[in-house]
Design a binder for this molecule. Structure first.
Ligand SMILES: Cc1ncc(COP(=O)(O)O)c(C=O)c1O
Length: 384
C-alpha cells in the first residue's frame, strides 16, 4: 500500500469507520462529500453563519445555495433552536461544524434532520477527538471531513480527509476520485515538503506571527502553496480544485496520527490551565455542558473589547493570537453578498467576529506560554 492508502486506513481505524478518503485540503473533502450526496443546482445547504468561506465555496461550486443559521454565543456552534425555521423543501444537507472543538448539540440537530429526512454531515476541521455523550464527533452524520492545514488540530502542511460509514456514499466518493481527481504537481509537492520543514522550525508561540506574515507574503508571490489565495475568495471553481493528497502529506499525517493521543491530552491540559488562570483573574472561562460534551479544543476563544488592538500588539509581545473568525464568512476580504450572506443575518456571529480572539493550544504551547498569553490578554477589556 502507498502512504496515502495507509494514512486513509489508519485514519478510518482511529474513528472506527469503514472508509476514509484523503485530499489536498479539507474543502476538497467537503466538496467530494456534497457531490457524492447528490447536491446540485438549486439545492440548499444549511451551515452556521460563523465559518470559513472555504466551507461555502464547495456549496457554490455545485450550484447550491448556502443558508446560514446563527450561533449560540457560548459554544459558537449552530443554534438548533433557529435551525428548523431555515429548512425548506430545497434543503438537502445540514453541515454541523464543531467550532473551536466544541461539539454541536448533536441530539437536537440529528432529531430535526431525521424529522425532515435531511442528511447531516460534520465539519470536523476544528475538532479532533471531542466527544458528545461519549461518542466521537465525526461519527454522527452520514459523513465528516477534516483539515490538516497548519493551524488545525494536527498538520500535514495542507490536507483534508473525508470519512463515512455509509457504503453507498463511499462508493460514490470513490467513483468521483477514480474519474475526476487530479494529483498535485511536482512543484506543489516540492513546495509542501519545504513548507513542512519550515513549519517544524518556526511554528513556536513566539515566532508564529512572524512565520505567518512571511508565508502570506510568499503566497502572494506564488513562492509557497498557500492554504487560500485571493482568487479563492470568489465562488468560481478552479480547474485543478479537485485534487488528491501527496505521499509526503500522508507520511506527515501518519506521524501526527501516531502521536495524536498525546496531542489531545496536551490540548485538554492547557485548556484547563487557561480556565484556571482566567478564572483567577475574574475573566469568563469556557461555558459548555460538561455532562454532555468533552471538547478537545483547537484554540481557546476569548471575547475582548479591543480585538484589533490586541492583534496588532500580540506579535511584538511574542504572543500567538488568532483572529478567526473575523467575519461570518472568514476572512474579512470575503465579498459576502455573492455568498448569499447579508449583514444582520446572524447577529450573534457578527458580534463574536468583532470580539473573539483565540489563544494557542498546540503541542508546542507550554505552561509558561499559557501564563504569558493570559497575562497579555487580560490587559485588555473582557466582554462579560
Ligand atoms: C471550519 C472550517 N471548515 C473548513 C475549512 C477548510 O479547510 P482547508 O483549509 O483544509 O480547506 C476551514 C479552514 O480553515 C475551517 O476553518
Amino acid at each position: 500500500m502507498n502512504n496515502v492508502a495507509i494514512f486513509e486506513t489508519h485514519f478510518a481505524n482511529w474513528f472506527k469507520t469503514s472508509n476514509a478518503f484523503a485530499f489536498w485540503k479539507g474543502r476538497v473533502a467537503m466538496y467530494a462529500i456534497l457531490k457524492a450526496c447528490g447536491v446540485k443546482d438549486g439545492d440548499e445547504v444549511i451551515l452556521p453563519g460563523y465559518t470559513c468561506v472555504m466551507d461555502v465555496n464547495p456549496i457554490k461550486y455545485l450550484g447550491a445555495k448556502p443558508v446560514y443559521v446563527d450561533i449560540e454565543p457560548s459554544t459558537f456552534n449552530m443554534n438548533p433552536a433557529l435551525l428548523e425555521s431555515k429548512i425548506t423543501p430545497k434543503t438537502k444537507i445540514i453541515v454541523a461544524q464543531h467550532t473551536y472543538g466544541y461539539p454541536c448539540d448533536m441530539d437536537a440537530i440529528m432529531a430535526i434532520a431525521a424529522k425532515r429526512d435531511i442528511t447531516v454531515i460534520e465539519d470536523c476541521c476544528l475538532s479532533f477527538g471531542s466527544t458528545y455523550k461519549g461518542k466521537t464527533v465525526g461519527t454522527f452524520g452520514k459523513a465528516a471531513y477534516f483539515s490538516f492545514q497548519w493551524n488545525k488540530p494536527f498538520t500535514t502542511g495542507l490536507g483534508g480527509m473525508a470519512i463515512t460509514n455509509d457504503a453507498d456514499l463511499a462508493e460514490k466518493v470513490k467513483g468521483l476520485c477514480d474519474s475526476d481527481l487530479c494529483m498535485p504537481s511536482a512543484k506543489e509537492v516540492a513546495m509542501i515538503a519545504a513548507q513542512l520543514s519550515v513549519y517544524r522550525m518556526f511554528i513556536y508561540p513566539r515566532t508564529t506571527a512572524l512565520a505567518q506574515n512571511i508565508f502570506r507574503y510568499l503566497t502572494k508571490k506564488g513562492a509557497v502553496v498557500g492554504s487560500s489565495s485571493t482568487a479563492e475568495y470568489n465562488p468560481q471553481m478552479a480547474a485543478d480544485f479537485f485534487k488528491g493528497m501527496s505521499s509526503i502529506q500522508a507520511r506527515s499525517g501518519l506521524r501526527q496520527l501516531a502521536k495524536v493521543e498525546s496531542n489531545i491530552a496536551h490540548r485538554r491540559q492547557m485548556a484547563e490551565l487557561y480556565d484556571t488562570l482566567l478564572e483567577q483573574k475574574g475573566w469568563p472561562t469556557r461555558q459548555y455542558d460538561k455532562s454532555v460534551m468533552d471538547p478537545v479544543m483547537v484554540r481557546y476563544p476569548v471575547r475582548i473589547k479591543e480585538k484589533a488592538k490586541a492583534l496588532e500588539e500580540a506579535a511584538a509581545a511574542g504572543v500567538e493570537l488568532g483572529s478567526w473568525f473575523e467575519c461570518p464568512l472568514h476572512p474579512i476580504e470575503t465579498p459576502m453578498e455573492v455568498y448569499d450572506y447579508k449583514l444582520g443575518m446572524c447577529p450573534e456571529a457578527e458580534k463574536a467576529s468583532q470580539e473573539v480572539v483565540n489563544l494557542p493550544l498546540h503541542p508546542r504551547v507550554s505552561e509558561k506560554t499559557v501564563r504569558k498569553t493570559v497575562n497579555f490578554i487580560t490587559g485588555f477589556t473582557k466582554v462579560s
